[in-house]
Design a protein around this ligand. Structure first.
Ligand SMILES: Cc1cc2nc3c(=O)[nH]c(=O)nc-3n(C[C@H](O)[C@H](O)[C@H](O)COP(=O)(O)OP(=O)(O)OC[C@H]3O[C@@H](n4cnc5c(N)ncnc54)[C@H](O)[C@@H]3O)c2cc1C
Length: 497
C-alpha cells in the first residue's frame, strides 16, 4: 500500500455483495473500483427491462431489511427513504396441489386462524414455533455476523451455547413435526428451503428461521423491484467516490509472489491492495485464479462439493391484470418428495413440479405499461449435472408450465402474452457465469457451512476476499449483505484502516 494514499480496493462483480462492499469501503475512504462483466448492475438481482415492463431476474422476496438498513446507516443513508418499500400482507399464498391453500399472514392471530382452517390443533402451536425460532435467531445472529476462519471458531462461546438450540443434525421437516402435524402446514413453513436450493427433507433444521423471519420481520417489496435496491446502491457507492465500470469483465489477476496485486481486463490493469470477488465462487476460482495458488480450494475440491438446484424462468408481459392472484404464490406439487427427488437425486425434469409466481403489479404499477402486468414464473429444476438438453426441452416445458398455472387460478394466458423471455439453466451459465447453473450456489449442508464454506478472507491467496452467496454466511440477500459487512471489516483490519 502506498504511504499517504487511499488503499485501492478492486471489487469483481456488481451483485448485491459487491455493491454493499463498494459502499462500505468507499465510505471508509478507500479508492474503490467495481468491475462488472455485464452492462447492468445487480447480477442475479438485476432486471429485465423491455417494452415498458420491468422484471426482477432473481430475488423477489426482500426479507429482513435490518442488515441492509444497518449498511445504509453506516454510510449515512436511510434505506426506506432511498428505496421505498411496501410490507406485503398476506405475505404469500401457498397452494397445495388439489388440497386447498393457506394465506400466510403477518399478524399471528390472523395466521393462527388460517392454520386452523387446515388443522385446528396445529394453530395452537404457532406461538410456540415463533418463540422457539426467536430464541434460535438470537443465538445464531452472532454466528452469521462473524467470520469462520479456523476450526477454533466453533469453540467460541456463542457457537458452543447455540448448538443445542440449533439442533444441527435434524432436518427442517423433522424439526417442524414438533409443532405441526398436518403435512400442508409443515410445507407452508418449509418451502423456504428452496431459497437455498435445498429440500426440506435434508435441509438443516436451523433453517426454520427462514419462515420465522418472514413472519416476524415481514416480506417486503421495494417499489420498482429488488433490482431497484441494486441501482440505488450503485448510485450511492458512486456518490461516495467508487468508480463503477460496467461491461468490463475481469479476465485474470496479477500476483506478487503469492499475494494478489491487480485485476486485469481487456481495457486495463487495476492495481489493488485488496481484491474482493463477488462473482460466482466456483466459476471465478476456476477461471481467474490459477490452480497453483489454490492449496485448499483446488479444482477437484470445488467440483466435489454439492451444489444447489437450478431454475427454469419465464418472464411474461401480459395484457390486463390478474387481481385475484396474490403478489406471491407458491404452488407445491402434490407429491413433493418425488418432486424434490427428481431435482436433487434422480436429476430428471420434474413433470409435476412445484412452482412460484410473482404478480407484483397488484402492489406496484410501475412494473408494467398501463393496462398490462408483469408476471414472473420460477420452476425449480436440476442443475447442469443433469445434462438436460434445454434447446430440445425448453419449448415443451414452457407449454407445460403455462398449463400448470391453472392450479393457482390463472387461465390460459397464451393470447395475452405481449412480451416473453425464458431463462433456462443454460442461460444462467451463459449470461450470469453461474457454475453448473446452481442458482443458489454451493448448497447449505452442514459440511458446507461456517468453517467449511469458502472463507470471507480467502486464505489461499493473501489480499483476496470473498463476498456473496458463495461464501460465509451463505445465499439469500440478508446473509449476502452480512458477508459484505464481514469482509469489509476484515479488509479494514488487515489494511489497518
Ligand atoms: C431465481 C433466483 C431467485 C432468488 N430469489 C431470492 C429471493 O427472493 N430473496 C433472496 O434473498 N435471495 C434470492 N436469491 C438468491 C440471491 O439473493 C441472489 O442470487 C443474489 O443476487 C446473489 O448475490 P451475489 O452477491 O452472490 O452476486 P450475484 O448476483 O451472483 O452477482 C455477481 C456479479 O458478478 C459478475 N461477474 C461474474 N464474473 C465476472 C467477471 N469475471 N468480471 C466481472 N464481473 C463478473 C456477474 O455479472 C454478476 O453481476 C435468488 C436467486 C435466484 C437465482
Amino acid at each position: 500500500m502506498e504511504v499517504g494514499k487511499a488503499p485501492k480496493i478492486v471489487v469483481v462483480g456488481a451483485g448485491p455483495g459487491g455493491l454493499a462492499t463498494a459502499m462500505l469501503m468507499a465510505h471508509k475512504g478507500c479508492d474503490v473500483t467495481v468491475l462488472e462483466a455485464r452492462d447492468d448492475v445487480g447480477g442475479r438481482t438485476g432486471a429485465i427491462r423491455e417494452q415498458g415492463f420491468c422484471f426482477d431476474i432473481g430475488p423477489t422476496f426482500f426479507l429482513y431489511p435490518e442488515v441492509l438498513q444497518n449498511i445504509f446507516a453506516e454510510v449515512g443513508r436511510d434505506l426506506m427513504t432511498e428505496v421505498p418499500m411496501v410490507r406485503i400482507d398476506p405475505l404469500y399464498r401457498v397452494v397445495f396441489e388439489g388440497e386447498g391453500h393457506l394465506d400466510a399472514r403477518s399478524c399471528p392471530d390472523a395466521m393462527s386462524r388460517e392454520i386452523a382452517r387446515l388443522s385446528p390443533s396445529d394453530a395452537r402451536n404457532l406461538r410456540r414455533f415463533l418463540s422457539d425460532n426467536r430464541q434460535k435467531i438470537s443465538k445464531f445472529k452472532t454466528i452469521l455476523q462473524n467470520p469462520f476462519d479456523t476450526l477454533f471458531d466453533y469453540l467460541r462461546p456463542s457457537v458452543v451455547t447455540s448448538l443445542p438450540i440449533l439442533r444441527p443434525h435434524r432436518s427442517l421437516d423433522d424439526d417442524l413435526k414438533k409443532f405441526f402435524a398436518d403435512d400442508r402446514v409443515r410445507r407452508a413453513f418449509s418451502f423456504q428451503s428452496k431459497y437455498l436450493g435445498m429440500s426440506p427433507f435434508n435441509c438443516p433444521s436451523l433453517f426454520t428461521i427462514l419462515a420465522f423471519l418472514e413472519h416476524e420481520y415481514g416480506v417486503w417489496h421495494p417499489i420498482g423491484g429488488c433490482n431497484r435496491v441494486m441501482q440505488r446502491m450503485c448510485e450511492i457507492a458512486a456518490e461516495l467516490g467508487a468508480e463503477i465500470r460496467l461491461g468490463e469483465p475481469v479476465t485474470s489477476f496479477a500476483f506478487d509472489g503469492d499475494s494478489i496485486s491487480a485485476a486485469l481486463t481487456e481495457q486495463g490493469r487495476y492495481e489493488a491492495d485488496a481484491v474482493v470477488v463477488n462473482a460466482d465462487f466456483a466459476q471465478a476460482m476456476q477461471r481467474l485464479i490459477p490452480e497453483r495458488f489454490r492449496r485448499r480450494w483446488n479444482n477437484r475440491k470445488i467440483e466435489s462439493r454439492s451444489y444447489s438446484c437450478s431454475t427454469f424462468m419465464m418472464y411474461l408481459g401480459i395484457t390486463g391484470d390478474l387481481p385475484e392472484v396474490q403478489h406471491h404464490t407458491i404452488s407445491l406439487a402434490r407429491d413433493l418428495e418425488r418432486n424434490v427427488r427428481d431435482i436433487q437425486e434422480d436429476l430428471v425434469l420434474p413433470r409435476q413440479p412445484s412452482f412460484y409466481v410473482q404478480n407484483a403489479c397488484v402492489t406496484d404499477k410501475t412494473l408494467a405499461p398501463e393496462g398490462h402486468s408483469a408476471l414472473y414464473v420460477l420452476v425449480p429444476v436440476p442443475n447442469a449435472d443433469a445434462q438436460i438438453d434445454w434447446q430440445l426441452e425448453a419449448k415443451a416445458y414452457r407449454e407445460h408450465t403455462l398449463d400448470r398455472l391453472s392450479l393457482i387460478g390463472i387461465g390460459d394466458l397464451r393470447n395475452r402474452i405481449v412480451f416473453e423471455r425464458i431463462l433456462t439453466p443454460d442461460g444462467w451459465i451463459e449470461e450470469q457465469n453461474i457454475y453448473k447453473a446452481a442458482t443458489f450456489n454451493m448448497s447449505h449442508k452442514l459440511n458446507q457451512m461456517l468453517y467449511f464454506r469458502p472463507h470471507n478472507r480467502f486464505e489461499d491467496v493473501p489480499g483476496l476476499y470473498l463476498v456473496g452467496g458463495g461464501t460465509h454466511p451463505g445465499s439469500g440477500l440478508p446473509v449476502i449483505f452480512e458477508s459484505a459487512r464481514i469482509s469489509s471489516r476484515l479488509i479494514a483490519d488487515d489494511l489497518r484502516l
